[in-house]
Ligand binder design. Sequence first.
Ligand code: PLP
Length: 358
Amino acid sequence: MTPIYQTSTYVQEAPGKNKGFEYARSQNPTRKALEEALAAIENGKFGLAFSSGVAATDAVIKLLEPGDEVIAASDMYGGTYRLFTKVFEKFGIKFLYTDTTNTENIKKLVTPQTKLIWLETPTNPLMNITDIQAAAAIAKEAKALLCVDNTFASPYLQNPLDLGADIVMHSSTKYLGGHSDVIQGALVMNDVELREKLYFIQKSCGAVPGPMDCFLVLRGIKTLHVRMQQHCLNGEKIAHWLRKNPAVEKVYWPGFEDQPGYAIATKQMRGFGGMISFTLKDDSIGNAMRVLSSTHLFSLAESLGGVESLINHPASMTHASIPREERLKNGLTDSLIRLSVGIEDADDLIADLDRAIG
Ligand SMILES: Cc1ncc(COP(=O)(O)O)c(C=O)c1O
C-alpha cells in the first residue's frame, strides 16, 4: 500500500540539494502517487490534487487576469457560481453565463477577451448535457482554455481530455473518493506549461490536501469502476421507475432516449450514472419537503457520489447560493428533488422512494 507520508518537511542532503521533496505544501509522496493515478484515469499527463473541488476551480480562475472573460454554463453547481460571482468578479474577471447545451450560444459570447470556457456536463442538478467536442472546437478557435467539471460523470464514464478539453476538474469528494469521508479536488491536463502554471498556483496559494485524505482518494479510485457499474444499474432502474410513478411529474436523467441531450450523452459518455432529479405532480414545496423528510435509506444530506444513497433539496441546500430568479430561469424549481443513487439493492431503494412519495 502507498504509505501515508505524515510529513511537513523532508531532510535534505545539503543546502539546495534535496531528495525530490522539500516541503509538503510543494510535494508529498502520497499526494504524488494520487496525482499520478488521477492523470492515468483521465487519460492525462499530469494530475494535481487540491484540498477541495472549489479549491481546484479557484486555481483555474487564478490563471486569468483582470479584464479576462469566462463563458460558463448557466446551470451548474451553486458553489462554482458563488466562487465566480462573489469572489472573482470583484477582481475584474467577467463571467458570462449561457445555456451551453446549445454550443452556438457559447460561440455568440466569444470576444478577444475570452480566455476560458467552463463547462459542467452533466450539470448539477438538471443533468443537462453539453457537447464537449463542439465546445473544444470553439475554445480552440478563440484561443481560450476549455475546462470541464467532470464530477457527475466520473472518469469511468467520460474523459473530457480525449474530447479536446484542456483541463478536467473534479470534486474528488464525490465519486473518486466514493465513501463520503473526504473533501478533495483535482485537476488533470496534458500541456506541460499549463501544468507548471497550475502547480505554481497550487504551491503558492497552498490549498493542498493532507496525506491521509490523498490515501483515502487513492483507495477510492481502486473501486471506482465497480462502484460506477452499480451506480449506473441502480440509476437506470430508479429513473425508469420514477418515470412510471403517477405522482412524479418530470425526471431528469441523461439516459432517457427522448431527453434532448441523449444523442450527445451516448456519444461522449459510456453510461449515465446514478444522479437523478425529479419533480412531483403536486409541485408544492410542502409536498417536496414531505418526501425529502420521509425516506429512510436515502439520507437527507448535501454531497453525492458515495456508496450510500442521498436525497437533497437543491433550492435550499446545494444551490442556495444562486439567487432564486436565476435558479427559476434555468429550470431549478423550489420543489426539485435530487437523488444520488448509491450501490445498495435497487429494489430496497425503490421501496424506500415508493413509501416516501406515497
Ligand atoms: C459538480 C460539482 N463541482 C464542484 C463541486 C465542489 O466540490 P467540493 O465540495 O469538493 O469543494 C461540487 C460539490 O458539490 C459539485 O457537485
